[in-house]
Design a protein. Structure first.
Length: 251
């Protein structure tokens, strides 16, 4: 048996939206400790890593480990009109292999959706070390992305001394930004060694915009020409992380 209750239905909808930026279908792995999801996008360029412990739920029951594979897009459609003042109960019937979504507010609403055949292959956690770590407000990171999108499809980060330098450029125009703790743009900055990497802005922008709806604070970690890790802090007992491979220009 699996049942979980989220006090604010809109929080779950925002998390699903953040996950759906990369994948359409995914396995939710449920255990006594909580719920996890880790999946690569179809092109294997990016990965989403989501985890919510049982303490994050108003109620959580899981009598045995279960993989529940669902179509994220379908679940989002069913929850598109959910509100913050509504609670959400998610339950799984192993016999019928269906998920039931119950919204409780002024009106009691029940939706049922089918599950999909689970994929046995488990995506491992990337073994990475990072030389630069930057913590900033999610809205600041979102502003950086939106300014960069006006001129380019790529975004470059450079961590040097006590600054984070951001650059986006095309044949016709470019934009450069400089952020530091001194100016109040950064909450934390830890640089083990100078680092410089470029990433696809279509992917990164989608991650930032969707993730910003789930958290006020974001952390980016990267090293020269290595994947970037983007994490959104959640007040609940959980995490939402993205990994994105770098764009390396041929010399």
């Amino acid at each position: 048996m699996f049942k979980a209750v989220v006090q604010d239905a809109k929080i779950w909808k925002n998390l699903l939206t953040a996950i759906s930026t990369l994948i359409e279908e995914a396995d939710f792995n449920t255990t006594e400790e909580g719920l996890k999801l880790r999946s690569m996008d179809p092109s294997h360029v990016a990965m989403v890593d989501f985890e919510w412990s049982k303490e994050a739920f108003e109620e959580y029951v899981c009598d045995k480990p279960t993989n529940i594979r669902v179509n994220i897009t379908t679940m989002l459609k069913l929850l598109r009109r959910s509100k913050s003042e509504e609670s959400l109960e998610i339950s799984y019937d192993e016999e019928s292999k269906k998920v039931e979504l119950t919204l409780r507010g002024k009106i009691l609403k029940k939706f049922t959706m089918p599950t999909l055949e689970s994929v046995e292959e488990e995506v491992p956690t990337p073994k990475l070390s990072f030389n630069a770590r930057v913590k900033l407000m999610s809205e600041t990171l979102k502003e950086i992305v939106e300014d960069s999108e006006t001129v380019s499809d790529n975004i470059s980060f450079k961590a040097k001394e006590d600054k984070l330098l951001v650059k986006a450029s095309s044949e016709l125009s470019n934009v450069g930004m400089e952020l530091s703790k001194t100016d109040g743009a950064l909450l934390e900055l830890d640089i083990k060694e100078d680092s410089d990497a470029t990433f696809n802005l279509n992917y990164f922008g989608q991650m930032v915009k969707a993730g910003s709806a789930t958290s006020e604070v974001a952390t980016i970690e990267f090293s020269t020409n290595m994947p970037i890790r983007l994490e959104f802090e959640m007040s609940q007992q959980g995490k939402l992380m993205y990994y994105l491979a770098p764009r390396i220009e041929a010399e």
